[in-house]
Ligand binder design. Structure first.
Ligand code: PFF
Length: 461
């Protein structure tokens, strides 16, 4: 029953979807957010919970999101409304799409600020600023940088313009070209970094830190750690807000959703682990603090670039590729908003992109000011940037994930998911249905309720 094409265009090949969806998944979440969040929660236990979340919650929900998108072939708001009414259910399901749009604005606003850091660090690396730098100097450099609101604003603006430019051109033509070579290149360079860190840093220490879980060490932070690991899985896989749904809506009807999803999730996880393996050996060799927070990557890698031969070149290249990774993610954040404005308000793509990009840019200014001029304004102990990050990754995306799982597992009839997933009704399908109907929604709900303090058991945020 699902329409065979989307009015916004379609991926030209099956590979294009994998590239675009992994372009959305792989980004700052892997290289910037994963290592510092793991560092904040002591490493191994966090990583283990993260991997479990990807396998048991992330993959089934990603399959559900792609499936819903492909069946609806419209913006998430309209897709949810149409599919729900086809099943005689309330159009209020479109609220999931609205929540996704709110999330997209909030995430894009701070995402663009951090991507701006990456741009700035690319230029600095290329200019040789990191040559011979030690841990203290790198720390000071970073702190001075985030204290400079004008510089942050300039880089944030450049990045947002880049995002709007691609989205305005249309995702298929603008994005397909970029991801095709960027993803493999980033991967290779990460391997180079891991090799360098292994030879020159404390690889043993990093491996123990990341892969030897010590739950006892978490103590009363266990609830917060589990929430953050789950939130990180949603954030990193781009789940719970309609980005993967809209990409699914451009996917041809005969492509295998399960296979594509597993490839995407595996690549995303691999990149995050490689980033950890590039960073932590240097952290330990230089006596840096794993719990240094959002600055971790920006304080650590310059030290390595500063001492390796050809470091200016490699450093500039690394940050350039990270900019591309962030770019292909930010595009997927803007796309659901733009699709909605085009479908329901009759906007041209260009107008819709400029307007929504401007909105996120304005919000981004609040985020970057929270690092300097507005640093004393906090809510729940967090500035605007931290608050947006926490609220989206740890609360709204998981909430969206529950709704997607419930919709796919309980609202859509079994027949529809069998048809759409096209994997028969064997063990694979039954496992997916079990995870999406029971395991994923219950697990996410328990973690969220615990974090809100509703369950007394595991210690709170
Ligand atoms: N997955 C992206 C990353 O790891 O950097 C961030 C992201 C993109 C989150 C798109 C959510 C989203 F919808």
């Amino acid at each position: 029953m699902s329409p065979s094409t989307s009015i916004h265009g379609m991926w030209s090949t099956r590979l294009a979807f994998i590239l675009a969806a992994s372009g959305s998944a792989v980004g700052l979440g892997n290289v910037w957010r994963f290592p510092y969040t793991a560092g904040e929660y002591g490493g191994g236990a966090f990583v283990l919970v993260y991997l479990l979340c990807v396998a048991c919650i992330g993959i089934p929900i990603m399959m559900a999101e792609v499936m819903i998108g492909r069946r609806g072939r419209q913006s998430p708001i309209n897709t949810m409304r149409t599919l729900a009414s086809q099943e005689g259910k309330t159009p209020a399901w479109s609220l999931l799409g609205w929540m996704g749009i709110l999330c997209a604005f909030l995430i894009l606003s701070f995402y663009s600020v951090i991507a701006g850091w990456t741009l700035a660090y690319m230029v600095r690396a290329g200019a040789g600023v990191f040559t011979g730098i030690d841990a203290a100097a790198s720390d000071a450099l970073f702190n001075a940088f985030v204290g400079n609101a004008e510089a942050l604003l300039a880089w944030h603006t450049i990045f947002m313009v880049l995002t709007v430019l691609v989205v305005a051109r249309g995702v298929a033509s603008g994005l397909e070209q970029a991801v095709r070579w960027m993803m493999p290149a980033l991967f290779v360079l990460l391997l180079v970094m891991v090799a360098y860190a292994a030879l020159n840093g404390d690889l043993g220490g990093a491996l123990r830190y990341l892969f030897q879980p010590d739950f006892a060490e978490l103590g009363d932070k266990a609830g917060a750690a589990i929430l953050s690991a789950m939130g990180q899985a949603f954030f990193s896989l781009s789940l719970g807000m309609g980005a993967i749904m809209i990409y699914g809506s451009y996917l041809k009807s005969d492509a295998s959703i399960a296979q594509n999803t597993i490839i995407i999730a595996a690549m995303d996880t691999l990149v995050a682990l490689l980033a950890g393996l590039a960073i932590f050996p240097i952290v330990f060799a230089h006596g840096l603090e794993p719990a240094a927070g959002p600055g971790l990557v920006f304080k650590t890698l310059p030290i390595a670039f500063g001492e390796m031969p050809g470091g200016s070149f490699f450093g500039a290249l690394f940050f350039l590729l990270l900019v591309f990774a962030a770019w292909t993610s930010s595009i997927s954040l803007l796309e659901p908003i733009v699709a909605y404005l085009v479908e329901n308000r009759g906007f041209s793509r260009v107008r819709a992109s400029v307007l929504s990009g401007t909105g996120a840019w304005l919000l981004g200014i609040a985020c970057l000011l929270s690092l300097n001029a507005w640093s004393e304004y906090t809510l729940l102990g967090k500035g605007v940037l931290d608050l947006f990050d926490f609220l989206t990754a740890n609360i709204l995306l998981p909430l969206g994930g529950i709704l997607i799982a419930v919709f796919a597992g309980w609202v859509l009839p079994r027949r529809a998911s069998v048809d759409e997933l096209g994997m028969g009704e064997g063990l694979g399908y039954r496992l997916w249905r079990l995870l999406v109907r029971y395991v994923a929604p219950l697990a996410v709900a328990v973690v969220l309720l615990n974090a809100l303090g509703v369950l007394p058991a595991i210690g709170q945020v």
